[in-house]
Design a protein around this ligand. Structure first.
Ligand SMILES: Nc1ncnc2c1ncn2[C@@H]1O[C@H](COP(=O)(O)OP(=O)(O)OP(=O)(O)O)[C@@H](O)[C@H]1O
Ligand SMILES: [Mg+2]
Length: 283
């Protein structure tokens, strides 16, 4: 069976001044997979997500989505001089591609954040509805002033259906911040789903959850992958979740990828045990 590539990260380096947060990262995520990115605190995991979602333009390298190059480093000579990675620079003579995060969302890539980012003074339903507007089909005039009534009705209907699917209908009219922490995490995922992504990036979805909540989340992630036909790329520290759900795992340490494999291979990889599993399991 041939694999259909959804995300490809190619030679991506992200520097902040002298800090190389991501160092020549290469990885691939194929259609329908659940892939995890693990590694110690400060390894560069969130930075990798920030490059993929257009928050930062990478210092070097490129990102492909469904076979198309969507992000490419800036070609300025300044960057070339600053670059401290070991890989040959790929700056010269090409056009930079640096779409903004909203453009990336519109392409079909949605994400959640390590620190929950919900609209705090809005209800659960409104949080979903606002996200729906991020992928509207109306033109800029109707979007700015008033959506046409039919489209607005359709979005409201879709938002209701989504609440039903993710099991948040009973808290529909509560303020997002009034929800227990675990439900807020579910709502954040539901809000990402509202933009109708094909690729969903989750940054520590189980952060702060107890074992029972983590188990429920694991089942939830598996279920939405199947139900929405998603491809999922996830950063997570809870090893039970990662080992249970991942098709493959990439391990980052000091910005570099030190291992890749299925859960069994990662569990028994000496470099991984040394860099990560030995010290910081299930914190
Ligand atoms: N905007 C920024 N400016 C400067 N340095 C940054 C910036 N963002 C991240 N870094 C640095 O890059 C490195 C990687 O950070 P990152 O947040 O990607 O790690 P992480 O793997 O997500 O860690 P954690 O598990 O703690 O979330 C850290 O040294 C961090 O301080
Ligand atoms: Mg992080």
């Amino acid at each position: 069976m041939s694999k259909e590539n959804v995300l490809k990260v190619e030679n991506v380096t992200m520097q902040f001044g002298g800090v190389i947060a991501v160092d020549n990262l290469n990885l691939e995520v194929n259609k329908g997979e659940i892939i995890s990115l693990i590694g110690p605190n400060g390894a560069g995991k969130t930075t990798a997500f920030n490059v993929i979602t257009g928050v930062y333009a990478p210092t070097n390298g490129a990102v492909y989505y469904k076979g198309n190059k969507i992000i490419q480093n800036h070609p300025q000579g300044k960057m070339k001089k600053l670059y401290r990675g070991e890989n040959p620079v790929t700056y010269t003579g090409h056009r930079a591609l640096a779409p903004t995060p909203d453009k990336i969302t519109a392409m079909g890539i949605a994400r959640t954040f390590q620190n929950i980012r919900l609209f705090k003074s809005q209800t659960v339903f409104e949080n979903i509805l606002i996200a729906k507007h991020l992928r509207r089909t109306s033109n800029v005039f109707t979007a700015t002033f008033r959506l046409n009534a039919r489209e607005e009705a359709r979005m409201r209907q879709e938002a209701e259906e989504l609440l039903e699917i993710v099991g948040l209908t009973d808290v529909r009219d509560e303020l997002a911040t009034a929800l227990p922490y675990g439900k807020q995490r579910h709502l954040e995922i539901a809000r990402a789903l509202a933009t109708q992504p094909e690729l969903l990036l989750l940054d520590e979805p189980a952060a702060g959850m107890n074992p029972q909540e983590t188990l429920e989340l694991t089942q939830f992630i598996g279920r939405i992958r199947d139900e929405f036909g998603l491809t999922i790329f996830m950063i997570e520290h809870h090893m039970d979740l990662v080992m249970e759900i991942s098709d493959r795992i990439y391990v980052l340490d000091f910005g570099k990828s030190i291992a890749e494999g299925n859960p069994e291979e990662i569990r028994s990889n000496p470099r991984v045990i040394e860099a990560y599993l030995g010290g910081a399991q299930d914190e």
